[in-house]
Write a protein that binds this ligand. Structure first.
Ligand code: IPM
Ligand code: MG
Length: 387
């Protein structure tokens, strides 16, 4: 029996049998098909609207069982009816979806960027997606601006705390517009918040391998505890406590300024880096440059066991938008990260292998040494994944 006929046969009913098309009881049934994973797709603004359709093409080619629902949250919607996030929006995402795939937010028509803040930071904070996980992997030596650095030399992961720090929007402005103006931006660090991200980084190191199959062996905590003593002190104390639970993992520490310098001098020693929200933001832009630029960088905003959100590291890049020149690889690798998080490791690996092949054959956009457009790169990778 061919597959399509087999698939059209009646399936197992609640009672354990089901009538066939002629009304007879059919005891020869197929096991139930696993339900599709429900994915919320939010392309957002600018190049987000160009790269996400390419990521979706690739996801569809991977054959992973997904059910996609699109949302128009972004600048256009905000300008139309002043909605950033519809009432109950985050609760709905949490309740009705298994994962969220996001493009980017930011549009010159909304100078306050209020919609970007409420949607993107809103999702991270209100859905408590505490781990912003940003893998940094060089796929081809030609993409790295550093001399003599090979793909095996750049394969580390940044665990960025995603719900606290200076991003918490705590503070205020006093005597605004006067010569005595005061602006306070508070850096919030809780023991719970610091502990869970540090523990996640150690757990990841203990259970994951590098692309070449070698084990991950080190976790480096990055702070600025020589100057920011209150917050840094908490990070230091928690790091000491948690690392004692992982004697097999080497623990290290660097101040953020020294780390940035070391990343561009020699990225080889890095393995897993854990840090606060703002340092993680800065470090991952530097790290993106090591991979070939922001267009190559993927990320997941994760809370294990909860609906998590996946977004490329790049922004909406208004000057590039609408020209079919944006690099879709960051979004495509992000969708592979999402599949792997949902348990479709094989489909994720297929996508990663196709991206590697595209980079090697220069089937890429101009920013990464190719000559193709956004759509053409997406199609090439999707064809490779589907073949
Ligand atoms: C990022 C971005 C965001 C951040 C902006 C758009 C608020 O730079 O995801 O890295 O700072 O987290
Ligand atoms: Mg950033």
């Amino acid at each position: 029996m061919n597959k399509s006929r087999a698939d059209s046969r009646p399936r197992l009913s609640k009672q354990g049998f089901s009538p066939d098309v002629c009304g007879r009881i059919n005891f020869c049934y197929l096991p139930p098909v696993p339900p599709k994973k429900k994915i919320a797709i939010i392309p957002g603004d600018g190049i987000g609207k160009e790269v996400i359709p390419q990521a979706v093409k690739v996801l569809e080619a991977s054959g992973a069982p997904l059910d996609l629902t699109y949302f128009d949250w972004g600048a256009d919607r905000y300008l139309k009816d002043a909605t950033t996030v519809p009432a109950d929006g985050f609760a709905m995402l949490d309740r009705d979806f298994d994962a969220i795939l996001v493009g980017a937010f930011g549009d010159p028509r909304v100078p306050s960027n209020i919609h970007a803040k409420e949607i993107l930071l809103g999702m991270r904070f209100k859905m408590d997606l505490y781990a912003n996980i940003r893998p940094v992997r060089l796929l081809d030596a030609t993409l790295c601006p550093l001399k003599g650095i090979e793909p095996k030399d750049v394969d580390f992961v940044v665990f960025r705390e995603n719900t606290e720090g200076v991003y918490g929007d705590s503070g205020g402005v006093f005597k605004q517009g006067t010569a005595d103006e005061v602006a306070v931006q508070e850096d919030i660090n809780t023991r719970k918040g610091v502990e869970r991200i540090i523990r996640y980084a150690f757990e990841f190191a203990a259970h994951n391998k590098k692309a070449d199959g070698s084990p991950r062996t080190r976790v480096l905590m990055c702070d600025k505890s020589n100057a920011m003593t209150h917050a840094g002190g908490l990070w230091q104390r928690v790091f000491k406590t948690v690392r004692a639970e992982y004697p097999q993992i080497k623990s290290e520490h660097m101040y953020v300024d020294a780390l940035c310098m070391q990343l561009v001098r020699d990225p080889r020693p890095f393995d897993v880096i854990v840090t606060n929200n703002m340092f993680g933001d800065i470090i991952t832009d530097v790290a993106a440059a090591l991979q070939g630029g922001l267009g190559m960088a993927a990320s997941g905003n994760i809370h294990p066991g909860k609906t998590s959100m996946f977004e490329p590291v790049h922004g909406s890049a208004p000057p590039l938008a609408g020209n079919n020149i944006a690099n879709p690889i960051g979004a495509i690798l992000t969708s592979a990260m999402m599949l792997s998080h949902l348990g479709f490791a094989e489909a994720a690996q297929k996508i990663e292998a196709a991206v590697l092949e595209a980079v090697r054959q220069k089937k890429t956009t101009q920013d990464v040494a190719g000559t193709m457009g956004t759509k053409e790169v997406g199609e090439w990778i999707a064809n490779k994944v589907g073949s």
